[in-house]
Design a protein around this ligand. Structure first.
Ligand code: NAD
Length: 486
């Protein structure tokens, strides 16, 4: 099965520095492949220390001399709304590029532009609505607090829903007044190539938005190590987060870290089983299972365990796996052969650790490309690797429990703590269990629906700090307190 190649596909992706598209100073490039043919379709400029230095210098000039950091919030908000409009105008193009480059089903790639645009509209509203704080000591003092953009922000992003996750960092950083250097994931640099046109259409001044493509250990590391970048906002694997934290310590940088997950779903016997099945299938098989908040461990109360396993496996076996460009496809191709091999290795590990109920390998009708049949393991023990380690693919572990206490023990038995889900008709118990799961975000009788005002982030090894709402603006700004004697 061949890839549906989008028309006018670029064959070379450049950096964007100080308002101009440029190649690496060294001339270095890397190959970009699509996940259906696994063949290179383009080269991308491979950024290194020198390219990062150029981008940071441009951003720093925009910070020190440019209008962006000192513009009124209202003026920046107008530009952010124009960015949102420019993103939406590219909805179809973004969907076809994102689906081609990442392997996401085209129907799921379509939602990405709307969500990305919403991120800009949301932070445009927020920056206008925010006020400054003042504390008065009657007759003696007035103390007021203003927020100032911190400086150049380094944004390092992963390959799952890449454009949307880039927007989730770009929008608050720009709203707060920080010029940025974005380093997109090297597996999926294609859609980031839309940003320069979007920023230019919206009237973002040169130097405020800069993009450097490249390998994490080169371009990403150079950005983290650059002394003129006081903030790093990172989304990616926990192990990478630790490397970045160590490197950033040298300069005491501000860090926002959105890391890996292995999120539990606790299903009690009294739940609306149809709703729980719909939601838990969507929770781990949408976005190819390459979703940080995937409910990849489903803990099911014993009285309904057998029925749940049977119905879940039956539904999983009917999920349509196919080419990302086909509107009927529900699970597309995994992003890259390296990642595919890693996910397959977990499937093989799982076969020795638990009972395979569905999937377990490549679907027969798809002999090439990074395709995996939705894979369901049952009777997964808490010491199994497929229970403890993030797989980041369409693979799920089902485990029975007998008591609420046991459910909580199982839910909290991993080093991650990003999300959690609870299904029960007993709301008192629902709130109680939701309150005790060690995770940044819990959904009760719901799948992962986002309210952009709420904090997004994890605890334990799933992250440091939160993104979303005021927290994002707080991250990109410093508090500046002025004490006035009356
Ligand atoms: P990754 O850590 O391999 O790469 C993420 C980014 O970091 C890429 O741009 C990469 O080039 C860069 N990078 C790699 N090494 C670096 C280094 N030494 N210094 C600086 N930058 C470096 O992650 P990935 O495989 O692209 O993404 C998947 C992971 O992201 C999963 O663990 C997933 O759970 C996580 N994720 C988390 C969230 C969240 O909000 N918590 C959201 C999406 C993805």
């Amino acid at each position: 099965m061949t890839s549906a190649v989008p028309p006018d596909l670029p064959c070379h992706l450049q950096h964007y520095i100080d308002g101009r598209s440029v190649d690496s100073a060294s001339g270095a490039t890397f190959k970009v492949i699509d996940p259906v043919s696994n063949k290179p379709y383009a080269t991308a400029a491979a950024g290194g220390t020198e390219d990062i230095a150029r981008a940071v210098a441009a951003a720093r000039r925009a910070f020190l001399d440019g209008p962006w950091p000192s513009m009124a919030g209202r003026a920046r908000a107008r530009v952010l709304v124009a960015i949102a409009d420019a993103v939406e105008a590219r909805e179809d193009r973004l969907a076809e590029l994102e689906s081609f480059d990442t392997g996401l089903p085209i129907t799921q790639a379509r939602g990405q532009a709307r969500r990305a645009a919403e991120n800009f509209r949301f932070f445009a509203d927020m920056i206008v609505a925010r006020g400054d704080e003042a504390y008065s000591v009657p007759g003696s003092q007035l103390n007021y607090v203003v927020r100032k953009p911190v400086g150049v922000a380094g944004l390092i992003t992963p390959w799952n829903t890449p454009f949307m996750l880039e927007s989730w960092k770009l929008a608050p950083a720009l709203a707060a007044g920080c010029p940025v250097v974005l380093k997109p994931a090297e597996f999926t640099p294609l859609s980031a190539g839309l940003w320069p046109g979007i920023m230019e259409d919206a009237g973002v001044p040169a130097g405020v938005f800069n993009l450097v493509n490249g390998i994490g250990e080169d371009a990403g590391a150079a950005l983290v190590e650059h002394p003129d970048v006081p903030l790093i906002s990172f989304t990616g694997e926990t192990t990478t987060g630790k490397v970045i934290m160590r490197a950033a310590a040298e300069h005491l940088k501000g860090l926002s870290m959105e890391l890996g997950g292995k999120s539990p779903v606790v299903v009690f016997a009294d739940t609306d089983l149809d709703a729980a099945l719909d939601s838990t299938l969507f929770g781990v098989f949408s976005l190819n299972g390459e979703r940080c908040t995937a409910g990849s461990r489903i803990l099911v109360e014993r009285p309904i365990y057998d029925e749940f396993c049977r119905r879940y496996a039956d539904r999983a076996a009917r999920v349509v796996v196919g080419p990302p460009s086909d509107p009927a496809t529900e699970v597309g191709a995994l992003v890259h052969p390296e990642h595919y091999d890693r996910v397959l290795s977990y499937v093989e590990i799982g076969k020795g650790e638990a009972r395979l109920l569905a999937g377990g390998g490549r679907p027969e009708h798809l002999p090439e490309g990074n395709y995996l049949a939705p894979t369901v393991f049952a009777d997964v023990k808490p010491d199994a690797r497929i229970f403890r380690e993030e797989i980041f693919g369409p693979v799920v572990a089902l485990t029975p429990f007998d008591t609420e206490a046991e459910a909580l023990e199982l839910a909290n038995a991993v080093r991650y703590g990003l999300a959690g889900y609870v299904w029960t008709s007993d709301l008192k118990r629902g709130h109680r269990v939701a309150g005790r799961i060690e995770a940044g975000m819990i959904w009760l009788n719901s799948h992962n629906v986002r309210d952009l005002r709420t904090p997004f982030g994890g605890v334990k090894e799933s992250g440091v700090g939160h993104e979303g709402g005021h927290r994002s603006i707080d991250f990109y700004t410093d508090e500046h307190i002025i004490h006035v004697a009356l």
